[in-house]
Design a protein around this ligand. Structure first.
Ligand code: SAH
Ligand code: SF4
Ligand code: F3S
Length: 471
């Protein structure tokens, strides 16, 4: 039977205040190991949320009997977990579909699937229905749990399965997970986003804001501790909104405090929208040493007129006020995201962004050229700035922000920093890991236990990393 559920933006935008039903993930006994001996190749694009979804997808596939391969050409199943955030993410996935078409011509039996944020786009699904009829199955961000059924249905009927829901479904708990890193773990705390920044497609691809129950989050973290995980990264598009949709009186600061009290050695959380960052959160961060002094606080622009057009809900002045409050946390590192070339951004507006960067001297910054996304309000704005001019702004911005990354690293010279050791590099007695402020450090040492947190003296500072020696 052919299943067709297409995404619909109108529906995706709607909000209702229903309580989301929670269901436990289950795989039918007769589905287990049906693909025994088969291999899969999973390619992930996009943010940590997608990376973590892929960790679930891998575990589901392995319960079905698949094992992973690094060689796409050899795989029996190729699955693309896609991202919609900018045009180039799109192009990469479509480029890959092009390669897969050739593969399918020589290897008819290979199954090809597409999931992730692009699957939630109306335009993408139309294109798949018309131009990519050979794609075997598609599922969206709201129904990862349906992967076994869709795969099996495709195997039985040989018909293309497309199942994408515009609106979020039930909250699925206890999905199996195959984590990529044995020392640090992603933990979802909130799904979706209600901010609707005018340039952004995420609220349409990930649905409305839904918090996971605190008990489920804490249980997951306690189990991670039992498995000797050293670090948890609390995930959400806007983690600071945690709890708002679920509890009267339990917010991000409460969750942070409860997670800190578990005693897990390191806690991080991404991403923070400045709007929901409370003073109480800052107090909790100051109080608990296991909450890492590193905050990702996207500013997007330093110009109030553009911020308003972006629908970011804060002014440059309000951002700076929060920034300085956070700076009171000892040794804190603050990173950001910036978009250049938003429709109507003038050279003067851009200069304001440069000025803000010179004021904040961010420890790290991810910079992007604005990319118009299907169905977003900003995509309807008139944009006179040429791509060449935007590229030039990006270059000038990068030149400024990069100098501060190096300066921020240089401030650590000859200091001892705490490092979670994550692995051994090629050279003998060489290790790498991340500092509390989330900086990559390569260092020498003898018999250093990988997976432990140790002190390292910083001996050299580069733009993107540090060098040091275990103390
Ligand atoms: N939820 C996070 C951001 C998620 S997307 C937040 O609000 O901070 C990561 C970054 O991609 C954004 O911070 C933004 O800088 C960038 N981005 C999002 N949409 C974009 C677009 N249409 N064009 C260019 N960059 C975009
Ligand atoms: Fe997109 Fe804004 Fe939501 Fe971030 S807060 S995911 S930029 S809409
Ligand atoms: Fe991309 Fe979706 Fe993440 S659009 S950035 S994978 S939420």
């Amino acid at each position: 039977m052919k299943i067709i559920h297409k995404p619909n933006y109108k529906e995706a935008k709607t909000t209702d205040k229903r309580a989301y039903k929670k269901i436990d993930f289950q795989i039918d006994q007769e589905q287990k190991n049906v693909f025994h001996g088969k291999t899969y190749y999973l390619k992930t694009y996009g943010c940590q949320m997608n990376e973590h979804d892929s960790e679930n997808i891998k575990a589901i596939l392995e319960e079905l009997g698949f094992h992973s391969t690094d060689c796409m050409e050899e795989a029996d199943l190729v699955l693309l977990n896609t991202c919609s955030i900018r045009e180039n993410a799109h192009n990469k996935a479509f480029g890959m579909l092009g390669r897969l078409k050739h593969l399918k011509e020589t290897k008819k039996d290979v199954l090809v699937g597409l999931c992730g944020c692009m699957a939630q786009e109306e335009g993408v699904i139309d294109e798949i229905l018309h131009k990519y009829k050979w794609v075997n199955f598609v599922f969206g961000t709201h129904n990862i749990n349906r992967l076994p059924d869709l795969l099996l249905e495709n195997m039985r009927s040989h018909e293309q399965q497309i199942e994408v829901f515009s609106r979020e479904q039930d909250l699925i708990e206890h999905m199996p997970v195959k984590r990529d890193n044995p020392y640090k773990a992603y933990v979802n705390i909130i799904y979706g986003c209600d901010k609707f920044c005018t340039y952004c497609i995420v609220p349409y691809t990930r649905g409305r804001q839904r918090s996971r129950a605190k008990e489920d989050i804490l249980e997951e973290i306690k189990n991670l501790q039992k498995d000797h995980y050293q670090e948890v990264i609390l995930l959400g598009q806007n983690v600071n909104a945690y709890g708002k949709d679920l509890y009267e009186n339990y917010k991000m600061e409460n969750l942070l405090e409860d997670v800190a009290k578990t005693g897990i050695p390191r806690i991080r959380f991404v991403t923070s929208h400045p709007w929901d960052f409370t003073d109480q959160m800052i107090e909790v961060m100051k109080k608990y040493k296991n909450i890492m002094p590193a905050i990702h606080l996207p500013v997007q622009s330093g110009c109030n007129r553009i911020l308003k057009l972006m629908g970011r809900r804060y002014t440059k002045e309000e951002y700076l006020k929060l920034f300085y409050k956070l700076k009171e946390i000892p040794n804190i590192a603050i990173s950001t995201d910036i978009i250049v070339g938003f429709p109507g951004e003038s050279e003067e507006d851009f200069q304001e962004t440069l000025d803000l960067c010179k004021t904040c001297k961010f420890d790290n910054a991810y910079t992007f050229i604005y990319s118009a996304r299907e169905n977003t309000p900003a995509s309807k704005l008139i944009d006179h700035t040429s791509l060449k001019e935007k590229e030039d702004r990006l270059q000038r911005l990068n030149a400024v922000v990069n100098t501060y990354f190096k300066e921020s690293n240089e401030r650590l010279l000859n200091k001892e920093v705490e490092v979670l050791v994550e692995g051994v590099s090629d050279k003998k007695n060489n290790y790498f890991g991340y500092t509390d402020t989330n900086k990559l450090i390569n260092f020498t040492g003898e018999h250093v236990p990988v997976g432990s947190i140790i002190k390292v003296r910083v001996l050299d500072a580069k733009t993107w990393s540090l060098d040091g020696k275990a103390v």
